[in-house]
Design a protein around this ligand. Sequence first.
Ligand SMILES: Cc1cc2nc3c(=O)[nH]c(=O)nc-3n(C[C@H](O)[C@H](O)[C@H](O)COP(=O)(O)OP(=O)(O)OC[C@H]3O[C@@H](n4cnc5c(N)ncnc54)[C@H](O)[C@@H]3O)c2cc1C
Length: 474
Amino acid sequence: MTSAKPRVLVLGAGPAGIAAAYRLSKGKAEAEVFERAPVAGGNSTSFQIDGIWCDYGSHRFHPVADPNVIGDVKALLGPDLLLQPRHGRIRLGGRWIHFPLKLQDALLKLPPAFAASLIGDMAGKKFRKKSTGPRSFSSVLYDGLGPTISENFYFPYVRKLWGLDPDKLAVTLAERRVSGSSIGKILGKMMRMVPGLRGATTGRFYYPKKGFGQISNAMVEAAKGQGAAFRFGADILRIERDGTRVTAIVTREDGAEVRYSADQIYSTIPLTTIVRLMDPPPPPEVIEAAKAIRFRGMILVYLILGTKQFTEYDAHYFPELSIPISRMSEPKNYNSASGPADRTILCAELPCDPGEKWWDMSDEELGRHYCDWLGNLGLPVKVPVIRTETRRIAHAYPVYDLDYQRHFETVDNWLSTLEGFLSFGRQGLFAHDNTHHAFAMAYAAADVLTPEGKVDRAQWAAHRREFEHHRVED
Ligand SMILES: Cc1cc2nc3c(=O)[nH]c(=O)nc-3n(C[C@H](O)[C@H](O)[C@H](O)COP(=O)(O)OP(=O)(O)OC[C@H]3O[C@@H](n4cnc5c(N)ncnc54)[C@H](O)[C@@H]3O)c2cc1C
C-alpha cells in the first residue's frame, strides 16, 4: 500500500516559492502555489517593452551559486542560458572605471590623488585609530577599508540605496553586502580578473535570452510538469491558526471565500504581511515588532530611445549623491543585443519609498529628470526619447537599521513556534540576498520536509545557520 504524499501550500511565486514547488514536486510532496501577481518571478521577473526584454533593474545570475542550483538552471534553460562577460562602469573620483574593478584600468584611470589616498589607507591601516562607540555599517567599513573608499564609494551609495546615513545602518549590511572588507581583499579580487589568473566564469554572469525572468518561468513549467499547481492573482485574506498550529489559508475567488488546508504552509511573502494576515493575530509585541520592520522601495524608470544602442556597457554604477539613481542598465546589452534594431532602453534604479517626492511623479516628469541626470554625468541623451515607462516595487531591499535585528528576531522567534508553517526567501527571512540564495533556501526547505509532512526543525536550524553566510553579489 502506498501512503499519500504530504501536501504543501506555497505562498508567493518569486524565485523562492517557485524553487520550493519545483523541488517539492519531484516526488516529495503535492505543491500548490498562491501568488498575488498575475505572473511568476517576483522581483526577478521580466517583461517586454517594445520588443526588448526588461528586468526590475540589473539582474544577473551569478556563477558563485551552489553547483546544484546552477546545474538545475542550466538543465532547464539549455542553450537559452548565455554566459556573458561583465562590462560595466562605475564613477569614482569623477572618472569612469571598469566595474568589476580591473587592476590595470584602476591604475590608469583613478585620479592620482585618489589612488594615493587609497594606498595611504592600506599602508596606514595598522596605525589607523579605530572607531569608538556602537558598531555600525560605517564603523566597520571605516576600520576595514579606510576613509577614501568608504567616503567616496560605500557611504554615499548606501545613503542613496537605503535613505539612511551609514552610521544608522547595522553591521549586518556590511557583512552581507561588502565582499571586499579590506583593501587587500579588493586587490585580491582584482588580481583574479587578470587574464591567465582568472577562472572560466570569473568576470562573467549567466543570463537567459528572454530576460532574467526566463529562469523563473522555466522552473514554473518544470514544476507544473511534475504536478505542481499555480494560482496567480490569488488574494490571500487570512492565515488561520489553532493555537500554535497553522491550519489553513483563506483566499477570495470570484467574490467567495475559499479555504485551503495542508500539512505545511511554506511562505515566501514578506514576514510583515504574514503577521498582518494571521488569524487570530499574534501577541501585541509581535505586531509592534512587525510594524517597525521596514523594506526599501524602488522605482524602475525605463527610458525608451530611438537608437540601436546607447552605450556598450551592461550597467553604470553611480555612487555619488548628486544624482538619485544608484544604477543604470541597458537591457539589450545583457542578452547580446536581441530586440529591434531601431531602439534601446535605459533602465534606472531609483531607490525611493512611497510618499517620497519621486514616488507619485508622472512617467514623463521622471523621464525628463533622468535625461538631466545623464547630461550632468557626461552622458547626454542626443537621440530621440520615444517615451518613459516606470514600474514600482515596494519590497526591493530589507532595511537593516540599527534596531532591525531586535524587531526581526521578535517576529522570527514567534513564527518559529508555529507548527505547519515555514517562512523563507528574501521577504520571508528579511534577507538581503541574490536569486541563487533564494533558490538555496527553497531547496533546503523542501529537503527538511519529512515523508509524514512534518518539518525537521533541527535540520532547518542548521540550514538557517548556513544562510547567515550568504553574501550579495552586485
Ligand atoms: C534592483 C534589484 C536588483 C537585483 N539584482 C539581482 C541580481 O543581479 N542577481 C540576483 O541573483 N539577484 C538580484 N536581486 C535580488 C532578487 O531579485 C531576489 O533575490 C529574488 O527575487 C528573491 O526571491 P524571493 O522569491 O525570495 O522574493 P520575491 O522575488 O520578492 O518574491 C516574493 C513573491 O511573493 C509575492 N507576494 C507578496 N505578497 C503576497 C501576498 N500577500 N499574497 C501572495 N503573494 C504575495 C510577490 O508578488 C512575489 O512574487 C535584485 C533585486 C533588486 C531589487
